[in-house]
Ligand binder design. Structure first.
Ligand SMILES: [Mn+2]
Length: 293
């Protein structure tokens, strides 16, 4: 007899999944009309789960006040992936000392990940700059003992169609990360200030709190320095993928989701769960696409 969960599993893609976005210019992070947050209609029926080959989630920043944990939980409950990659900045260790904000949803997210692991999902975590405390030998031992996920600097992933991809967070290709700690601290404060304004702006004007219509994304799209930064980062990381002999790379870090071909290399940035609420999905046939919640 088919179980309740199996009965709910469907193969059809959900309607809020954005199509592949070819040929974006440096000043565009994503296709504006298609990226506007489209929430599925409210329903009392439990959400259907979709089986996919792989799910790539980056920059969850659990513990950070502005992490969109409710949206993330909603998204995680919709998928049953064979492979789940957490592409860095899973937990925001930078907030541990002063602004730690562990909400109830964070526990539910961890519980959902544990359920997925128990039901056969292989979970791999690439370490990012905000969760570099996971590099501590004690943490690595603890994670190994839990036997729930694998942790590494980067992973090699073979797509269903045979293409070879590198999966890593990507902070080592961000030249701002090599700036003085004073500059990095100032940029972090400035970013958090923008996110605070974003929250207030969203409440006052009913504008989207995440995605293309949000205040923070609009501001970033207007700043040419941000566009240059994204472009430089992208070029560096694509060069790294080529050097490794890969067909493509899946990364995160800069909170700018994008799926694009650059000189024969697929660049796929999974985005984040602070500004954009995005993920990269690999279907059973090896097709990659960017999804927005
Ligand atoms: Mn990062």
């Amino acid at each position: 007899m088919m179980s309740f969960t199996e009965d709910l599993l469907v193969d059809e893609p959900l309607d809020f999944i954005a199509p592949h976005l070819p040929g974006l210019t440096d000043n565009e992070f994503w296709a504006p009309e298609q990226a506007i947050s489209r929430k599925p209609p409210e329903s009392t029926v439990p959400p259907k789960t979709t089986r996919v080959r792989s799910l790539f989630l980056s920059d969850l920043h659990l513990g950070f006040r502005h992490s969109r944990v409710q949206s993330l939980l909603e998204f995680l409950n919709r998928y049953e992936p064979e492979n789940l990659y957490l592409v860095g900045d899973f937990i925001d260790g930078w907030c541990l000392q002063s602004h730690w904000h562990w909400q109830a949803e964070c526990n539910q997210i961890v519980a959902r990940l544990m359920d997925l692991a128990k039901s056969g999902t292989r979970i791999r975590l690439a370490i990012g700059n905000h969760d570099n405390f996971l590099r501590l030998p004690m943490m690595l031992r603890l994670i190994r003992q839990c036997d729930m996920l694998e942790v590494a600097e980067e992973f090699h992933h073979e797509m269903a169609d045979g293409r070879q991809f590198l999966v890593l967070h990507g902070d080592q290709f961000d030249h701002y990360e090599r700036a003085s700690s004073l500059t990095v601290g100032f940029l972090s404060l400035f970013y958090e200030g923008m996110l605070r304004v974003n929250s207030v702006w969203s409440r006052v004007t009913s504008a989207a709190i995440h995605g293309n219509g949000s205040f923070v994304t609009r501001m970033k799209q207007r700043l040419s320095s941000v566009a240059r930064h994204v472009s430089h980062y992208r070029n560096q990381i694509v060069r790294h993928a080529r050097h490794r002999g890969c067909d493509g790379i899946i990364c995160g870090h800069i909170h700018a989701p994008q799926h694009i071909e650059i000189d024969g290399i697929t660049y796929c940035n999974a985005g984040d769960w602070v500004e954009n609420c995005t993920a990269v999905i690999e279907d059973r046939d090896g097709e990659l696409r960017l999804a927005w919640l």
